[in-house]
Design a protein. Structure first.
Length: 354
């Protein structure tokens, strides 16, 4: 904005723009609240809303009489700018700040309407020939007499049409002059903003490449470890024929681990496909971080279940060894009893012979 413009009202608010793809979601223009100001250009008699973030113009909206500022909640309002082909949204710290901004918007809108009407009246007064409108075409010929001896006046319909056409052409030239300047300025700020966004997204993508590679390597290593553990548990379960319940539990754990491995493989493929792209919104990055945290929590839960399965298997083997020891002891006692019975039988046989 040029030095000929002076601020007439300023406030602070969080600035949003409508998502051009969905036309439903809001995209934050910055992480912090920005200064939003009404500016008045006395030279062109134009009112604008301007907000600058860093070195780029976040808002550059020329107020026209047909614009409307709508309060959508107690602290949020929005308006549409057809020239910039977008919808701006402002989030305020309090309802009072929103009301002040809305009242100032209505005042500026009314001032813009009066300025437009005044400009049109001044244009008509500057060129009296433009006062004849298209619906005031006089029939041809017209003969009027104001008194005896006065000459007759003639005006053809084609002459009126030419005057009306000239008037419309001058009006169009006057309006297109200021509109074109505003449109070029808005387009410049828009291109500069898009360029800054693309540069920031490129830097962010380059910075995240190494981090994604480390995450992929960690996932692959963890997946291989889980597969080895599953193979070990499966081999132990195959040799343990006396614990069917443990087999069922291990089979269920194996299925869950296979599903987890499949999910991780899909997540890895998704990360690989997205590593060359750019994050379009902060919400997408938070969603990805949340997914990574959920995967880490799921891995911890599966490790805990694997530990419980290993502990249960160890207890089962210990119980089995204990039972085998008891069976061995019973066999030894039976051997002693059998030996004692054989001695008794031999004594009885000797007594019978005597």
């Amino acid at each position: 904005f040029s030095c000929r413009e002076q601020p007439i009202f300023s406030t602070r608010a969080h600035v949003f723009q409508i998502d051009p793809a969905t036309k439903r979601n809001w995209i934050p223009a910055s992480k912090h609240a920005l200064t939003v100001s009404y500016f008045y250009d006395a030279t062109r008699n134009v009112y604008r809303i301007i907000s600058v973030g860093g070195t780029k113009a976040i808002i550059n909206s020329t107020i026209t009489p047909n614009m409307t500022f709508t309060k959508t909640s107690q602290k949020f309002g929005q308006w549409a700018d057809s020239r910039a082909n977008t919808v701006y949204g402002l989030g305020f710290a309090s309802e009072q700040h929103l009301s002040q901004f809305a009242e100032k918007f209505q005042e500026v809108k009314e001032a813009a309407r009066l300025a437009r009407e005044k400009s049109q009246d001044k244009t008509e007064l500057t060129n009296p020939a433009l006062n004849i409108t298209s619906h005031q075409v006089l029939p041809s010929p017209i003969i009027s007499s104001n008194g005896p001896g006065e000459d007759k006046l003639f005006r053809s319909q084609s002459a009126d049409v030419e005057i009306t056409t000239e008037k419309e052409r001058l009006k169009k030239m006057l309006s297109e002059g200021s509109v074109s300047e505003v449109q070029w300025e808005a387009e410049f700020f828009s291109l500069q903003d898009n360029n800054n966004k693309l540069v920031a997204a490129l830097h962010e993508a380059n910075a995240n490449v190494d981090q994604w590679k480390k995450q992929l390597a960690a996932y692959q290593e963890e997946t291989e470890t889980l597969r080895q553990r599953v193979a070990e548990l499966e081999s132990q379960g195959a040799h343990d024929s006396s614990s069917e319940n443990n087999k069922e539990e291990l089979s269920q754990t194996l299925e869950e681990l296979e599903l987890l491995i499949k999910a991780k493989d899909e997540e890895i493929q998704m990360l690989k496909s997205q590593k060359c792209g750019r994050w379009e919104a902060e919400g997408e990055r938070e969603e990805m971080l949340q997914k990574l945290q959920e995967l880490e929590a799921r891995n911890a839960e599966l490790e805990r279940r694997l530990h419980l399965a290993e502990q249960t298997l160890a207890e089962t083997l210990a119980e089995r060894e204990k039972i085998q020891n008891e069976v061995t002891k019973v066999a030894e006692i039976m051997d002693v009893k059998i030996f004692e019975l054989s001695e008794i039988r031999q004594g009885l046989a000797k007594l019978v012979e005597n």
